[in-house]
Write a protein that binds this ligand. Structure first.
Ligand code: 5GP
Length: 188
């Protein structure tokens, strides 16, 4: 069965993502002229976004990767207590850091990560996220670069997963309810 058969609704199309990513890349290039920012990609969801975004940035940038898991969270919810499962190799001190994230939901993960990175004496820390769900915010996080605001729905595609699937969809969408029901039945 084709993955696309599981999609109820496309929220952000491939064309829209491409256009917005190009704009964000230009904006970053303009804002960080002469500063060689360090883009920290949050694994695994932001990998697809990073790979398009970094190619849209017209200045020198370096990239590194960070893995984060949320303590005690479920597949679909976070707690704000984060565990670094993979840290960056790059020294963050005196660097202009741009965190590249897939989605800011409650904001708890980004709040904790910004606080953590700030203990490492960076020159600056900003957030660039593909998606944001402002209605779900529990803590204030300043997002300098945001691709799209999405409604309060669980979204998948373009790097975002449901149970590690659908990351390779080239758009952002919502799954049909029966997909969750089927998965629950399979898992017992
Ligand atoms: P927050 O700490 O802002 O509540 O959650 C951030 C993380 O939760 C994201 O990095 C992502 O992994 C996950 N998340 C939040 N909302 C969604 C969603 O709609 N779809 C998917 N696939 N993951 C989400």
């Amino acid at each position: 069965m084709d993955m696309k058969d599981d999609i109820l609704e496309v929220l952000v199309s491939t064309d829209e993502i491409q256009k917005r990513t190009a704009e964000l890349g230009q904006q970053i290039g303009h804002d960080y002229q002469g500063r060689n920012p360090l883009m920290i990609c949050i694994l695994r969801g932001a990998v697809v976004f990073l790979s398009d975004l970094m190619r849209a940035v017209p200045i020198h940038v370096t990239v590194d990767f960070m893995g984060i898991s949320s303590y005690g969270g479920t597949n679909m919810d976070s707690t704000g207590v984060i565990k670094i499962t993979r840290d960056v190799d790059t020294n963050v001190a005196h660097r202009d850091v741009i965190i590249v994230e897939d989605i800011v939901d409650t904001g708890l993960t980004m709040r904790a990560l910004v606080d953590l990175l700030n203990t490492r004496a960076p020159r600056s820390v900003e957030i660039c996220t593909l998606l944001s769900k402002p209605q779900r915010r529990k803590v204030d996080v300043e997002i300098k670069y945001c691709g799209f605001e999405v409604p309060n729905k669980f979204v998948i595609g373009y790097g975002l997963d449901y149970d590690e699937n659908y990351r390779n969809l080239p758009f952002v969408g919502v799954l049909k309810p029966e997909v969750y029901e089927k998965r629950k039945e399979e898992k017992g």
